[in-house]
Design a protein around this ligand. Structure first.
Ligand code: HEC
Ligand code: HEC
Length: 208
């Protein structure tokens, strides 16, 4: 009897010992990031040929929020949003909120890369426009979590202009469920044309 009990216990312990590591092995942010690095680069500097912007150093709260929007379809489902549609399956491959939080923390901790501007905006003209934007995005474009407004001073100029165009055409921020995206809609209305977008983004590139 005694012996049988020990054996049974030994077997169940063994089973637990074998199962525990498999259950415990949830990949951390660094491991999860390997998938992202194909497009966003090892240092998070982005890869323009793939339309993928620099993301290193963005606030973890913002990265988390965007990954959740890509998952839910609040972002990345508009038929004209080809880059967003490329990103969406990546967010959907993350299995739960814990993985989203881990990967967001990892990307947020990467040093910002501040890619070189390539567009020909007029920063002086853009400065006047940016005065309005700074009430949410901050004087230096550092972003403000309380207003859900991300940092603008860490990524590519072409990506920022594309987002302004997306807001203007409701490709982004037009989904009724996307309350924070909708906050941008009145502000892009004041940008008359693509040149105005380039100008304000040129000014953002000068912010320290
Ligand atoms: C197949 C290429 C690809 C992969 C892999 C990929 N992304 Fe993206 N990602 C993109 C593209 C393209 C965009 C730009 C979407 C747009 O223009 O709206 C983007 C946008 C983003 C944004 C929004 C940035 C912002 O400023 O709003 C975040 C955050 C992001 N990706 C994080 C990730 C994470 C984390 C992973 C890994 C789980 C990942 N991406 C994997 C292509 C990719
Ligand atoms: C009332 C606050 C507010 C004002 C004013 C504002 N924004 Fe925003 N902006 C936001 C919020 C909130 C988001 C995040 C939207 C989301 O969650 O998808 C955002 C997002 C953006 C993005 C996308 C960034 C990214 O990484 O994808 C750009 C670009 C941007 N804003 C530029 C501007 C410019 C330029 C102005 C001035 C013309 C401006 N914003 C004025 C609140 C504001």
């Amino acid at each position: 009897m005694q012996f049988a009990k020990y054996v049974a216990c030994g077997i169940s312990l063994l089973a637990m010992a074998c199962q525990a590591p498999a259950e415990d092995h949830s990949p951390g942010g660094e491991e999860l990031y390997q998938l992202c690095s194909n497009c966003h680069g090892e240092t998070g500097a982005g890869r323009p040929v793939l339309n993928a912007p620099a993301i290193a150093g963005l606030g973890s709260w913002y990265i988390e929020a965007q990954l959740k929007k890509f998952r839910s379809g609040e972002r990345g489902t508009h038929p004209e949003d080809l880059p967003g549609m490329g990103m969406r399956p990546m967010a959907m491959s993350l299995q739960n909120d814990a993985q989203i939080a881990d990967i967001a923390a990892h990307v947020a901790a990467m040093p910002a890369t501040r890619p070189k501007p390539i567009l020909d905006g007029d920063a002086a003209k853009g400065a006047g426009i940016y005065a309005t934007c700074s009430t949410c995005h901050g004087k230096s474009g550092e972003g403000e979590q309380e207003k859900s407004a991300p940092a603008l001073n860490k990524t590519h100029d072409w990506y920022l202009v594309r987002q302004l165009q997306n807001f203007k055409s409701r490709v982004r921020g037009g989904n009724p469920a996307d309350a924070t995206g909708a906050q941008m809609l009145p502000w892009v209305a004041m940008l008359a044309d693509e040149q105005a977008m380039k100008d304000v983004v040129a000014h953002i590139q000068t912010l320290k």
